[in-house]
Design a protein around this ligand. Structure first.
Ligand code: ZN
Length: 137
């Protein structure tokens, strides 16, 4: 069995951002040489998410408005009593999830229609990492 690990570094200009990282994951699969297996992609931070959905600009704004309604940045959070200001980001990450696992078939992501891998940032403007782990034959 082959195994390949890569860290993808991201730094968003805004506090919240939604980035399609599918091309980077496809690049890692090519480098791994795996043609039949699985790829795990996870945020390595507790204020960011990796999830799968459509790359459609309206939907990305809908997510952002939905998450901001559920956990507004300016609301009072006990977590922020520690001196941090990212109580909302921890909750937004929990809603959008930590990781995704995708089948690799014939060296390609075995996706349904419109599926794309996204990095969701909820406390950005600093360097953060995404882990890509590929295993298979
Ligand atoms: Zn925090």
């Amino acid at each position: 069995m082959k195994s390949y690990r890569e860290e993808l570094w991201v730094e968003t200009q805004s506090r919240r951002a939604y980035m399609n990282i599918t091309p980077q994951v496809e690049g890692a699969i090519r480098k791994s040489g795996v043609t039949e297996g699985l790829v795990l992609v996870n945020a390595m931070h507790i204020t960011a998410s990796v999830y799968i959905n459509d790359d459609e600009a309206g939907l990305l704004k809908d997510y952002d408005e939905f998450l901001e309604k559920l956990a507004p940045h300016d609301a009072p959070y006990r977590h922020n009593d520690t001196g941090e200001d990212n109580g909302d980001a921890h909750i937004k990450r929990q809603i959008m999830g930590r990781d995704v696992t995708v089948a690799i078939t014939n060296g390609q992501l075995d996706f349904g229609p419109w599926e794309q891998i996204f990095y969701g940032e909820f406390d950005g403007r600093r360097r953060k990492r995404v882990l890509i782990k590929v295993i298979g034959e």
